[in-house]
Design a protein around this ligand. Structure first.
Ligand code: KIV
Ligand code: ZN
Length: 521
């Protein structure tokens, strides 16, 4: 009988730490619902003490999501652990995940402490967490650069203190598969109480070995893998959920292990994460890339016609890949629309259906065929229109050509007043951005800008993603439209509005001065 490996999804916590990947509350709830449909065992919903927004998001996910355990992250500090418990306590299955750095550089340089002092902090943190919650996980941050005998002592002591899951993170993506195998094997051989906990692994992809390292840990006996959808995460990202799950399923002969994941939900989840974060999946990405199941070469096509197994080790339908269907068009009704949206993970309240349908009809009239990606965009627009939007785009017009200086004319509305400005620039987008900056009177730098076609055909929707920088602060905006200039202007405005929203929160004293910097993890 194959071992069941638990899948601990950290897309909403470690994944969301990727620069530019932040999601608003509606997006996080939507993703949590989809992760439950994917049937992950644990959803790490956030880091409650890091900001009031994170606390609210973890609390809402804990209250609303059915099925998986809901974990919150906390440093091994009393105020973090108590705040984490407040956020997850209403979940059906709450989990506190507490951690502390155990490698020499963390112990000595980051904390200025001795190994014994850090071990005591870990034990105290776990004991406090266990007094609040039945399900406690402890992570020895930077475990793969931690002295092995010390790691053994930390693992033994935290199991003794009550942790039911012990996570061994390769925080900086430094490990090799054989080092990971040896480390996990060493712990199994040398920690006397190891049978009282599930051993978990959490790998980062700095050297591109995160999936291989996670699988090596499973082979050595790990019973939980921490990962993210599409591999999003800090720096080069985390181990990719879909690659781990499909490797275990496809090579069951090697691992004698499987997961509870409903693999047919993989594609929908991957597309949702891409839409919500704005991170495009590379075409040759394993499992979920556009080309992962495409066969171009004549010899391959010929072989596939004779027997699919010639060039296919997995069936596309097992990961939820179906022919892109366009069952929705101008004549589709509200019921058909709602059913399709539900299958994509959206719950539309009766009172919102009319507005969503209106947007759908407007798009269907212009496009004739409405694809799933279009529906994601409609739903994003519907949710962002209801959040505090300070500046609203009324109109944008450009004059451009090979022998003219590009000019952009923009009209924005705020609190009922409209303001118009004209800008010039090195291209039409630059001209429009200069006009917008003139109106909003802010000094900003564009750190990143990208446009891509997100649907099919010549009338595809163009999606613009912009990251803006104001001194040391960044914000991301994303928008889609049939007109890429309009999408670019909308995306720029959402980034500006995100900064204004933060200013407002600060003014209202909501920002917590003492909160830890998530990027320091
Ligand atoms: O990479 C890491 O070490 C982490 C821990 C907090 C588990 O994300
Ligand atoms: Zn991590």
């Amino acid at each position: 009988m194959a071992r069941q490996i638990r899948i601990f999804d950290t897309t909403l916590r470690d994944g969301e730490q990727a620069p530019g990947a932040s999601m608003d509350m509606a997006a996080k709830l939507q993703l949590a619902r989809q992760l439950a449909r994917l049937n992950v065992d644990v959803i790490e919903a956030g880091f409650p003490i890091s900001s009031p927004e994170d606390f609210e998001a973890v609390s809402a996910i804990a209250e609303e999501t059915e099925g998986p355990s809901i974990a919150g992250l906390s440093r091994a500090l009393p105020q973090d652990i108590e705040r984490c418990w407040e956020a997850v306590r209403n979940a059906g299955k709450p989990r506190i995940h507490t951690f502390i750095g155990t490698s020499k550089v963390h112990v000595e340089k980051r904390f200025g402490k001795t190994e014994a002092e850090v071990l005591q902090m870990a034990v105290d943190g776990v004991a406090l967490a266990c007094s609040l919650c039945d399900d406690v996980e402890f992570s020895a941050e930077d475990a793969l650069r931690t002295r092995l005998e010390y790691l053994r002592d930390v693992v033994e002591a935290t199991i003794e203190a009550g942790a039911k899951t012990i996570n061994i993170p390769d925080t900086v993506g430094y490990a090799t598969p054989w080092q990971m195998y040896d480390t996990i094997s060493y712990l199994f051989e040398n920690v006397p109480n190891i049978d009282r906990a599930v051993i978990s692994v959490h790998c980062h992809d700095d050297l591109g070995m995160s999936v291989a390292n996670s699988l090596a840990a499973v082979r050595a006996g790990a019973g939980q893998v921490e990962c993210t959808v599409n591999g999003v995460g800090e720096r080069a990202g985390n181990a990719s959920l879909e690659e781990i799950v499909m490797s275990l399923r496809t090579r069951r002969d090697e691992f004698d292990a499987d997961t509870n994941i409903d693999t047919r939900e993989i594609m929908t989840t991957s597309r949702l994460v891409s839409t919500l974060t704005g991170f495009v999946v590379q075409p040759n990405k394993a499992i979920v890339g556009a080309n992962a199941f495409a066969h171009e070469a004549g010899i391959h096509q010929h072989g596939m016609i004779q027997d699919r197994q010639t060039y296919e080790i997995m069936r596309p339908e097992d990961v939820g890949l179906t022919e892109s269907v366009f069952t929705l068009g101008p004549r589709s009704g509200k019921h058909g629309l709602r059913a399709r949206l539900e299958s994509l993970g959206y719950q539309v309240a009766d009172e919102d259906l009319a507005e969503v349908y209106e947007r759908f009809v407007a798009m269907a009239d212009k496009k004739k065929r409405v694809y799933d990606e279009d529906l994601h965009v409609i739903m994003r627009q519907a949710s962002t229109d209801t959040v505090d939007e300070f500046w609203h785009l009324e109109r944008v017009q450009v004059v451009t050509g090979s022998s003219t200086t590009p000019m952009g004319l923009v009209t924005l509305r705020r609190n009922g007043d409209t303001v118009t400005a004209m800008g010039t620039g090195n291209g039409p987008v630059d001209a429009v951005y200069n006009a917008i900056l003139d109106i909003v009177e802010m000094e900003l730098e564009v750190a990143d800008y990208a446009v891509r076609g997100i649907t099919q055909g010549r009338d595809a929707l163009g999606e613009a993603t912009v990251r803006v920088r104001r001194q040391d602060e960044e914000a991301m905006g994303q928008a889609a439209s049939l007109d890429v200039i309009e999408a670019s202007a909308q995306a720029f405005l959402s980034a500006i509005n995100a900064l204004l929203l933060r200013d407002q929160a600060r003014r209202q004293g909501e920002a917590d001065e003492d909160r830890p910097d998530r990027r320091a993890l």
